[in-house]
Design a protein around this ligand. Sequence first.
Ligand code: TYM
Length: 344
Amino acid sequence: MTSKRVFSGVQPTGNLHLGNYLGAIRNFVGLQRDFECIYCVVDLHAVTVWQEPAKLAAQTREVAAAFIAAGIDGEKHIIFNQSQVSAHAELAWLFNCVARVGWLNRMTQFKEKAGSHRENASVGLYVYPNLMAADILAYKATHVPVGEDQKQHLELARDIALKFNHDYGAEFFPVVEPLIFGEATRVMSLRDGTKKMSKSDPSDYSRINVTDGPDEVALKIRRAKTDPEPLPGPDAMVADGKVDPAREAARPEAFNLVHIYAALTDRTVGAVLAEFEGQPFSAFKERLTEVAVGVLGPMGNEMQRLMADPGHVDAVLRKGAERAREIASPVLRATQDVMGFLRP
Ligand code: TYM
């Protein structure tokens, strides 16, 4: 079995934001040192909800550009878009026949996304986690870096691997390890600290987009909801570097900004609270703006530069897809053999 291979994906649905960066993409960059990494722009996942055909290609290039601008090396590792490698869709079908309806019925993200219009949601949205399992297992990836919101989907990928191995009596698929780390595994909306920062929130003030310029970042942080109290101190921390859940629940917006600051400056939340204890949020927001602009500014500029040269981004995706196919095709063939398909 392959040792230590990382796979992760990001949907090209527009509005790539600070949550995607701090919860996922930034972690993708660091993992390149110790793992063979495969990072995918998951366009097949994106179309589970309506995507304008005229925009999908640009959105796909935008995520690829973000990967490259953040520091992912498409030569040493693999960057590609999902629809170019047909093994994802083919393996997903096989997994549709392994996963149980009851498992999918428990997926909270489907319930949230389908909302009260469940009858009208696409079937693709319902079986989305099976495609996610196929993405990962087509490469027999062992480690998957994601934000907190993908945890349940990764548990399903583990269940699929275990059931497949059990049903076919083979130690075939690895049981994947989620990698959820850093100080901002769940970045919340700037307008409502009980909702996660999301690409689909109708208010652009709810999120900081990775392509926002300094003025937009400053304005959004200035307008970010807080409360009249000053910053809490390190006594808000409990064991394991975690904030006391009761204190966090009482001031979700305040702690969200602290998590963001800690992640952007590569410090612990405890260290940030020790420095800013008792200070007003107005002053803290200014510091937060400086560090956010300091991190996102160069990345956004590099993304703009890359997006102005689509030929280069497309070449990275094309070469990445070729290399991805070389790994995924034999895994798909071997899966078909294990299942007994005739291949005369
Ligand atoms: P997506 O495109 O919604 O998000 C991409 C990554 O960003 C993380 N993320 C967040 N992290 C912290 N705070 C937030 N507010 C926040 N919002 C999003 C997500 O957890 C994710 O890591 N289903 C996946 C894409 C996918 C995938 C895969 C991931 C498809 N196949 C295989 C891993 C492995 C998704 O919709 O991510």
